[in-house]
Design a protein around this ligand. Structure first.
Ligand code: NDP
Length: 331
């Protein structure tokens, strides 16, 4: 079986590619340039991996040529989407690549990949949860929920812009399969903050991917510095990758949203895990007496339906943090 992975050089995608190759799948990954493709090939070192260049997600027909060249592909995993809060133009830098990129992928599959039977779209827990004034502290969020953010609210700043980009991209995919006659089953992966080691090697430990910077910004602190008052929910990247495989391997996942939440964290708890496991760290000790207050602003969740489909346990915070930090310290 050949699996197409868009944005194959991303943090999550590299783990997906690694797990696919380990299980014997052939992988075609899309990247934006030849340089990125060659860099990735050199990291992966596996003949079952090949790349195609898709320079822009927003160009009409973006994925057409890549799929025409690979009639052997029967599974398409769409992970490529901007995950950054540093943009100047929310609509062009976040919304359009997310929404039009998803639609371009689905159109290419419909037109040029009739043999493709399964599609998985990497959405996000930010398409499920509400934030800011739309956060509901009493609500137990589950797989049926949608972030109430409107398109106009999303344009107001890059944080809401990222949230909106994921919500409206996922919505566009649901609408596409509802309206068009398609040959494939589709599933959605909705993770919150994703922590964990890089699949292959760290490229630049000063700047990790956006979600691991949550951990990395603690690593960059010195003793005596303040730990920011902050917490949220998380999942480990190896579980996110594994869920992408389950999503196309199991029929129970068709038309489902998989809400991948392991549990909650605060930066104080993470700081204490680091101090316990890495005695020579410069990270200050956390003050976990603040946790109950911080936790009031963290989403409550019930993802029992997701857990039943997946059939595996999520890695706990300590394991995820120890592996993330160990790799940074050794890099
Ligand atoms: P990375 O930034 O590591 O990877 C993002 C991937 O998307 C890269 O391949 C990147 O290519 C590509 N990409 C980004 N913007 C564009 C664009 N404008 N045009 C073409 N390609 C683009 O992020 P993650 O691995 O963390 O994220 C992967 C997916 O998972 C995304 O869909 C993200 O929204 C989702 N997600 C991530 C979470 C997390 O906490 N990490 C949580 C929930 C969802 P390039 O390297 O060339 O920039």
């Amino acid at each position: 079986t050949s699996v197409f992975v868009s944005g194959a050089n991303g943090f999550i995608a590299q783990h997906i590619v690694k797990q696919l190759l380990t299980k014997g799948y052939n992988v075609i990954g899309s990247v934006r340039s030849k340089a990125k493709g060659e860099e990735l090939k050199a990291l992966i070192k596996d003949e079952k991996f090949a790349y195609e260049i898709v320079p822009s997600l927003t160009e009409d027909g973006a994925f057409d040529d890549a799929l025409k060249k690979h009639p052997e592909v029967s599974v398409f995993l769409h992970t490529a989407s901007p995950f950054t809060f540093s943009v100047n133009d929310v609509e062009n830098d976040l919304m359009k690549p997310a929404v039009n990129g998803t639609l371009n992928a689905l159109r290419a599959i419909k037109e040029h990949g009739p043999q493709i039977k399964r599609v998985v779209v990497t959405s996000s827990a930010v398409a499920v949860f509400g934030f800011g004034p739309q956060f509901d502290a009493n609500k137990v969020y589950n797989e049926d929920d949608w972030n109430p953010v409107t398109y106009e609210q999303a344009l107001s700043n890059p944080v809401f812009g990222y949230f909106g980009s994921k919500k409206f991209a996922e919505k566009a995919a649901h609408d596409f399969v509802a309206k068009e006659k398609v040959n494939f089953g589709i599933s959605f992966i909705n993770p919150p903050y994703v922590f964990g080691p890089q699949a292959y090697a760290i490229k630049d430990k000063a700047n990790l991917n956006t979600s691991n910077e949550v951990v990395n910004k603690l690593i960059k602190l010195s003793k005596g510095e303040e730990i920011p008052v902050e917490g949220s929910v998380f999942v480990d990247v190896r579980d996110v990758a594994r869920a992408h495989l389950v999503a196309f391997e199991k029929d129970e996942a068709i038309s489902k949203r998989l809400l991948l939440v392991s549990g909650s964290y605060t930066l104080d708890t993470i700081a204490n895990i680091i101090n316990k496991k890495f005695p020579h760290t410069t990270v200050p000790k956390g003050d976990e007496s603040r946790n109950s207050e911080i936790t009031k602003a963290i989403h409550k969740f019930d993802n029992s339906r997701t857990q039943k489909i997946l059939g595996f346990e999520f890695k706990p915070l300590e394991e995820s943090i120890v592996d993330t930090v160990g790799q940074i310290y050794n890099a």
